[in-house]
Design a protein around this ligand. Sequence first.
Ligand SMILES: [Zn+2]
Length: 1191
Amino acid sequence: MASKMSLVVPKARKARYSSLCSDDELLEDDTNCYESVSEKRSSWIEDFGSISGSQNSIYLPNTGHVSAPPPREDPASTSVPIIKMGWLYKNPPQGSLIYQHRWVKLDAEYLRYFDTEKDVYSKRIIPTLSITSVVNVGEQKFEVVTHNRTFLFRAESDLERSEWVSVLKSCVGVSHARTSLDVTFNPCVSSEMKGYLELRGLRSKLYTVVCADKVFLYKNTEDYRLGIGITSIDMNVGNVKEVDRRAFDLTTPYRIFSFVADTDQLKDQWVEAMRNSIAEALSNYEVAERIWAEPSNQMCADCSAAKPEWAAINLCVVFCKRCAGEHRGLGQSISKVRSLKMDKKVWTDDLIQLFLALGNERANQFWAANVPPSEALTLNSSSEERRRFIAAKYREGKYRRYHPLFGNQRELNNALCINVQSSDVCETLALVFCGADVSCDSGDPELTSPIALAQHHGQNLQLEFLMQNRNTELPRSEVKVAIDRVHYMAPPSVTHNGFLFKTASMARPITEKKGKEDFSRRWCVLNDGNFSYYESDKNATPNGGLKMKEIVCLAVSPPETHGYDHTFELYSEAERLYLFGTDNPEAMREWVKSIAKSFIPAAAEDLLLKDFERIGRLRYKDRLNREMSRLGWFCLVGSSLHIRLEEHAADETIDLQKLQELSIQSENEVLVLVERGRTLYIEGERKLDFQGWAAAIQRAAGSSGDTLSQQQLTEADIPVIVERCIHFTTQYGLTSEGIYRKSGVNSKIAALLEEFRRDARCVWLKEGEHQVDDVSNVLKRFFRDIEEGLFGLDAHSWLSATAFTDESSRICQYRLLFSNLPRVNQATLRALVNHLYCVQRFADLNQMNLHNLAIVFGPTLFQADGKDYSAGRVIEDLIQHYVTIFDVNELQLKKQLDEITYIIKLRDNLTPKAGTGSGDFICTVYLEEKKDTAEQHVKIPATMTAAELTFEILDRRKISVKEKDYWCCFEVNEKEEMERPLHYQEKVLPIFHSLGTDSHLLVKKHFSMEAMLVYLASKVEVSKHGMMKFREERSLLGLSTGSFNDRYFILTNTSLRLYKEVRSNRAEREWPVKCLKVYHGIKKKLRPPTCWGLTVIYESEKQEKQERQQWCLCCDTQNEMREWFATFMSIQNGGRVWPAEWLKSRATSRSAPLDARFGNVSLIPLRGSENEMRNSVAAFTADPLALFRNV
Ligand SMILES: [Zn+2]
C-alpha cells in the first residue's frame, strides 16, 4: 500500500486521530480544524487511541461475505454488503493542493471514506440516495455529484476509475429507483432526537441525530438537511454511560464518544434516546438472527448477497436490499416485502417458523428450479438485470417447478385441501403458486376452506402461509412485450459517416450562442451502435465516442441558433451534453435520422417518422400506475407530444396546447401534464435532459405563435383567451350599455392581453377584479392582431360574397367559405358569432343591436380600416343568419338564451339578503364560522368549483393567502354534527342544491391538509387497512339502535371492505369507493368511543335499487383518522387531493391589507367552539399544531 501512497499523500499523519473532522472542500480549512483539536484533545482521543490499538486486528471483510450470525461483533454490522472498496485520492480541501489518500467504501446505502482501511468511523458519509450523477472528468478522476456538492476523486488507474464509476452509477440508479418507491430509505426521516452536542476534543459542536438503531454525526444542520454526514455509529455495539451533570459517553468497541449536552435535562433526553436506540438495534437483530438460523437464509434468494435483511412474507424468500427494491416494483399483490429489522410487528412466531421450515433453499427448489445460468443473478448484477430476473421469477413464474397437477384446477384445489392438514408447507407452496385457490371451497360443510382446514388441524405454519397468500396474484407466464426490455436489445446497426463540427461536451444546458470558433471539425462515424469522432478521415484512432444505447435524448435546435446554421444536441445517460453542427441542411437531416434510429427501439420506431425537434426516453407515471415509474419514448413535434408508453401498444399524442394544467413540481422534479381524462407525470430521472424536455414542453404548451391555431386551445379548439373573454362578458356584460363599443382602460387592456399571451391557462377573469369593458376590448384587440385573421387567407372571398344581392346566395356562399376554414378558425368563428348573437338579443339592455355590433366587429375581424361597410355587412349577415349558416340546433339556442335571461335576472335581483324565490343560485357562504357577520352572498354559476368559490370568498374579504394555508370550502351539517371538505375541483352548485336546511357552506382553513399530503406522499400505493370501530344505524320501529364494534377494514382503489376480524377470510360488507361520501365527525348522541370519527354515507348509483346507508367509523387517534380520510380523498380523486400550484390558480395573488370593516372576523379560525353540537368537528381542528409534530 505504501508504494501506492507515494504520489501526493499528506505526510501529516498526525491528523489521523481527528478523523471525525470532516475534510470536505466546502467546510472550513482542515488544518485549522486539526490543529485546534490537536492541542485540546482530551480523554476521548486517548481512549480511542488505546482502544484502537488493542483492536488492531479488526478489518472489514473483503467482499462483505460473512460466514454466520450473529453480526454484533462485526464492525460492518450494518450488514449492508459492501459493493466496492479501495484507496482513492480525494481532491484537496480549499487552500491546499495536496490530494488526500482515502479508503473509500461503497455499499447500497452509503459512499464513505476513511483515513485508513482499519477505521470503523468514516470521515464522510454520503447517502447514495443523494448522489445525482457520477461523471468521468479525465486523468483518472471522477466526480460524485450530490444535490449541491461535488466530490472529486482520483483513481490509481483508468481501469480502477472506470470500475468505480460503473459501480457507483449502478448503485445510484438503484437507489433512485427506490426513492420513488419508499421514502423510508432516507435514513433520518424519523429521528428520535436531534440537535447540537459537543464532542469532547472538537472545537465546534456537531449536529447529532439519533435515528432508529444508529447515531449520525453531521458538521451542522445544513449538512444534515443535505444528508451528507461525517459518520454513523451503529448502536448495536454501543453502550451509554452518564459521566457527570451534562456529559455522557457513548462507548463502542472501537471508540468512546464523550458528549456534552447543553443542559442536564437535555443530557437526560440524549441518554434516553441513545439507550432506546441501542435497545432497538439489539432487538432489530432478533428477527434477523432467528431467520438466519436457517443457513440458506443467510444468502439472498435471488443474487446470493450475504446477510439479506428483507423478505417477501408471502413468497417465503429472504433477499438483499438491492433485490428488495425490485421486489417492491412487483407490487404488494405479488411480493409483500418486509424488513427483517424494521417491520418487527409482522414477524410473528408462526411467520418466523414458516421461514425456517421453508427457507431460501426449499423455496428456491420451487421458484428457481429451472434457472438458465445465463439469466442467474450475481452480486454484481445491475438493477436492470435484477428487475428482469425478479419479474421473470416471481411475476411470471418462469423458473418454477411445475406441479404435476398444473392446469387442473379442481385437482389442485383438492390436493391443497388435503395437504394443508399435514405439515408439508413446501407442497402447499408449490400447489398455491401453480394455481391452487387459497379460498376454494373444500366441500366440507363445516371446514369450508383450506384455511379452516389448516386451522382445525392445528397446522399453524400452513395457516400462516395461506393467510399471507389470500390476495396474492398468481404467476402468469404470458410475457407482455415491454419497451423497457426492448430498449436493452441491441440497436439496429445503422451506419453513417461524414464531417460534423463538434464542441466540447458540457454538463449544463447551453444558454449562450456558440460561435463557429467553439466548434472543431471532426470526422464522425456511426457504426454498430457506436458513434466515434476522429481528428480527420485519415486517422485511425478516434478522439472519442459515444455509445448509442447511452443516448437518452436528441434535440434539434432551431436553425441559426449557433454559429453553424444547423445544430443538434445529444444527451447522454451520464448527464453530458454534446453539440454538433453543420451548415448543410441535408447532412443535418441524415445525421439526425441515423442517430435517432440507432437509439430508439424498434417498438417505438414510428416516432422516427415524425419531423421531431426532440426525441428520447423518459420515465413516467400515470394515475393508474403511480407506484412504479415506467420507461416511455417521447418525441416533440410542434405542440404535439407523441408518446410511446410501456403498457400501450400504439403511439399516443398529447396536444400540449390543449392541456388543462402543466406544472413542474420542482422539489421532486416532476413535470405534470393534465389533459382531459388523464394525468401524466414525467420524472426527472436525469437533470440535464429533463431540463431540456421541461423547457421544450412548456414552450410548446404556450402560444407558439401569432396565428389562431398557435394559441392555447380548449377542448373545442377555441383559443382559451377567446373562450374566457366571451364567458366573462356573457356573465357580467350583457346588460352593460354599449358593450364592445365603449373603450376600456388602455393600460389594463394591454396588461391583460399580455397576461393571456404569456399563459392563457393561468388567467382567470373575475368580477370586481376585471372590468367588462377591458375584457371586451381584449377580445377585440386579440382578433385585430391575430396573424392571418379569423377568416384566414380567404378573407377577401368573404368580403366579395357581400356582392350577391340575393340573400340566399350570400348565405350559401358563407356556408361554403365556412366549410373551407381551418378547424380552429371554424370553431372560433362559430363561438364568436354565437356570442354576438346573444349580445344583440339583449340589445334593449345593452343598446348593441345587430348593426352596432357589425360596425364594431366588421373592421376588427377583417383587420380593416372600416372605410367601407362590406366587412360590417359580413358580420351582420353572420349574426342575422346565425342559425342557418352554422346549422345551429334551435332548441339548444333557446336553452342558452334562457340561461342568459336567468343570469341577467339574477344579477338584477342580486341583493345582500338571499335564499328566497329565484335566488337559488345565490348562496350564503360563511367564512370561518356560521354567524351573521361572516356571511357572504355569492352567485354560483354552474361551472364554479370549490376552489373558485373559496378564492371568491377570500378575495371579497381581502384575505391574503399563503402557500401553506389550506383554505377549503366545507359542507357542514349541523344536525348530524359532521362536515366534509369539498374537493377543490368539485362543482359547488350541485352540492349547494343538495344541502338540507341543516347544512351550509363554510370556507375555512383545512388544518389537516398538510399532514394528509405528507402522509400520502409517503405512501407507495394508496390503500389502507386496519381496525376501526364501526357503527351502523339500524332503524327498528323508528328508533335507531346500534353500537360501535371493532371491525377490520381494507380500503383499496375500488372498494372499502369490512371484515369481522383481521383473520376473516371473506368480507362481510363491501362498498364501491366512488359511492361513498366521507364526513368528519359523528353525532354525539351516538356516543362515539373517541372523538376521531368519520360519518360515511353510501348512495348506490344503480337506478333500480336506490339505496342510502349511513354509518360511522371511529379511530383511536387523530392520525389514524387523518390517514383514512386522506386515503379516501386520494382514491376518490385519482390522487389529486390538492392542486399542485394552488396559489397560481388564482388570477393574481394580491396581498391587500385587511379591510378594517371586517376586523371582527377572526383570521385565526375559532377552535374548540363553545357550540356543543359541533364538538366532534371542533376536536378535529382543535390542535392544528399536532400536524407539525407527528407526521
Ligand atoms: Zn439480492
